[in-house]
Design a protein around this ligand. Structure first.
Ligand SMILES: [Zn+2]
Length: 165
């Protein structure tokens, strides 16, 4: 998908309205149209990248600075008791729009289970399996992506059967 047909790029271009809470030269933040709680905010880079994995590290660092700063604003602006920062990459992980976005979600003591990770159960694994996974991650090739070609193809390809959890 190119930037021209991307929902978030359309918001950046002003073709789709959004209730903005922050904007600078490279970043935009606006209220989620389907908020999980009042003040649920979306933060995006204006430049189109599908996933954080495709983004140059310096830009990713700057993006997270903005996320951190806005998390303080959201907490103070909503009197939240906690803040969940959520960021999903690729459809399998729940990424709905193929343009990097962070959720900043205010959390309140009055609501249900605090831990969103409860959707994935804990998986006990023997140490030799853990060591094998650690070695694969260390060799994962997460070098700086080239800004000129921010495509999914730069992510290291893994065979589905590398691990058998
Ligand atoms: Zn986009």
């Amino acid at each position: 998908m190119t930037g021209e047909e991307c929902f978030f790029c359309e918001i950046v271009a002003g073709k789709i309205p959004a209730i903005k809470v922050f904007e600078d030269q490279n970043h935009l933040a606006f209220l989620d149209i389907n908020p999980r709680n009042p003040g649920h905010t979306i933060v995006i880079p204006k430049r189109h990248y599908e996933a954080v994995l495709d983004m140059p590290e310096a830009e990713a660092g700057k993006l997270f600075e903005i996320v951190k700063r806005l998390s303080v604003n959201v907490r103070n602006g909503t009197k939240a008791d906690g803040i969940s920062i959520i960021q999903n990459n690729y459809r399998t992980a729940g990424q709905a729009i193929p343009h990097i976005y962070f959720h900043i979600i205010p959390r309140f003591n009055t609501e249900g289970p605090a831990v969103l990770e409860s959707i994935l159960s804990v998986k006990k694994m023997p140490e030799d399996v853990l060591n094998k996974i650690a070695e694969s991650i260390k060799a994962g090739g997460g070098q700086q992506p080239k800004p000129s070609q921010p495509t999914e193809q730069q992510a290291p390809k893994k065979k589905k059967d590398d691990f058998d959890f």
